[in-house]
Design a protein around this ligand. Structure first.
Ligand code: TXA
Ligand code: MG
Length: 361
């Protein structure tokens, strides 16, 4: 296994499972590990999660150790039924259940009052807990078979791009966790939308695959927080505690170019040419439409097509890891249109760039 570290070497067992028809034996083995307080990475429709029994404080602590995650960054509790919502949360209003019924199972995480069954380690000491019902048969089977709510952050080392393939999990956490259920690439490729329902109006804390426009059609006005725009770096106490840390970062420093479409491209191109002149091994993150327009000397990767922005979300983290693998010294990334899923993509890009943004006019 490629990684040792603080926890010492654990044998990380990787088992392939079918998405639609997950192998019962594999799920049973994973569920038993969960009940023993061990760590199992599993696929969801967004990204892979690193799961532990959400009712077991010691198991949850192991998640933080394995990921090198700061203890003040709370994790999401994954459930497979509405009965479990009542176990993990308290003071659930009917309105909340109605809203959850529209978007669950799916990439929709709600912040609600925590119940006493959920240890403080999960919520980082907050009285609130983040809950979601994932839309992935393997995730649901694991939660149902273990009969436990499962606490799971994304299954990457803290600060790294979230894993959209089992290989990414193994790369970051091999030797540090007990098992990986490998069901191939995840569907959306970016993490769930997080809405704080303890606020009036509800607040968007992290944009995700489910876009605000669609939630508003059901829930009424949603307040889009500054944090979810990721325009500025958060140093103080953030509402969504995780948002203050550097995130999704490839190893090479990254510059994000924003602005109107064609000037975005032109500015990115001139930045790339500048780097090439200096002999810098430069990576370019772009779309399939602009792929051929960059000089051959650069390492050009297209995440997807601007006509299908969900394809960009799907490949984004994988492409960021690809730059690491190739070993570029710097990355120039073209921004995307800030609407719908584009807003979510820009949130991740701004963080990956460490808020190093160039605005093209
Ligand atoms: O799609 C996803 O949400 C994936 C999959 C595995 O479900 N999970 C995920 O977890 O992205 P993670 O830990 O990488 O991000 C969870 C974020 C935290 O960083 C924090 O910002 C927010 O959820 N969060 C969790 N509990 C919270 C709470 N009680 N109050 C406010 N924000 C919370
Ligand atoms: Mg994460």
């Amino acid at each position: 296994m490629p990684y040792g570290g603080l926890m010492g070497d654990i044998l990380t067992k990787v088992v392939r499972v079918d998405t639609i028809n997950p192998d019962q034996e594999a799920i049973k083995e994973a569920a038993e590990l969960i009940l023993e307080g061990k760590l199992v990475a599993f696929p969801t429709e967004t990204v892979y999660g690193l799961g532990a029994d959400a009712t077991n404080a010691i198991a949850v602590k192991r998640i933080f150790e394995a990921k090198l995650r700061p203890a003040d960054n709370p994790v999401i509790v994954h459930i497979a039924s509405f009965e479990q919502l009542y176990e993990v949360a308290s003071e659930i209003e009917e309105k909340i259940v109605e809203l959850a019924k529209v978007f669950w199972p799916g990439p929709f995480t709600i912040i609600v009052k925590k119940s006493s069954q959920i240890p403080n380690e999960v919520s980082a000491g907050l009285p609130m807990v983040a809950v979601r019902m994932p839309a992935h048969p393997v995730a649901i089977a694991l939660i149902k078979t273990s009969r436990r709510p499962i606490a799971a952050p994304s299954a990457n080392l803290s600060g790294r791009p979230s894993p959209t393939k089992a290989e990414h999990v193994l790369e970051d956490l091999g030797g540090r966790i007990d098992m990986i259920l490998d069901a191939g690439e995840t569907l959306f490729g970016v993490e769930s939308t997080i809405i704080d329902l303890t606020k009036r109006p509800p607040r968007l804390l992290r944009p995700g695959p489910l876009v605000v426009e669609d939630i508003e059609r059901v829930a009424g006005k949603i307040e889009v927080s500054d944090i979810s725009r990721a325009e500025i770096k958060y140093d103080g106490i953030a509402e969504a505690p995780g948002t203050k840390y550097r995130h999704y970062a490839p190893k090479a420093p990254m510059t994000l170019v924003e602005g109107p479409q064609e000037s975005r491209f032109k500015t990115a191109l001139s930045l790339v040419n500048e780097r090439l002149k200096k002999g810098v091994r430069v990576g370019v993150l772009t779309t399939s439409e602009n792929y051929e327009r960059y000089p051959k000397g650069a390492v050009v990767l297209a995440a997807g097509s601007s006509n299908e922005p969900y394809s960009i979300a799907h490949n984004l983290f994988s492409v960021l890891r690809e730059f690491d693998r190739i070993g570029v010294e710097e990355i120039i990334a073209e921004g995307v249109e800030m609407k719908g899923i584009g807003f979510t993509i820009m949130n991740r890009l701004r963080k990956a760039a460490g808020h190093n943004i160039v605005r093209a006019e």
